[in-house]
Ligand binder design. Structure first.
Ligand SMILES: [Zn+2]
Length: 68
């Protein structure tokens, strides 16, 4: 179980909006794509996916996956 705290949002050059979070248990910073930019060409930028290659604990926010 991992608890994260929101640090802030940033709009990237590609148009994506990223959200920075701090994982409380590990005191590590994680960046997620909050909104995919319309003109973004980076396939690695996926909504609700971490941008960095860091290992990230599963279960963040409960909003990942589960396409109905
Ligand atoms: Zn992007």
């Amino acid at each position: 179980m991992s608890l994260v705290r929101l640090l802030g949002f940033t709009t990237l050059a590609c148009g994506c909006v990223s959200g920075r979070y701090r994982e409380v248990s590990t005191d590590r910073e994680v960046t997620y794509i909050e909104e995919k930019g319309v003109d973004c060409v980076h396939s690695g930028h996926q909504r609700n996916q971490p941008v960095s290659a860091n290992r990230v604990a599963h279960g963040f926010g409960g909003g990942i996956g589960r396409a109905s």
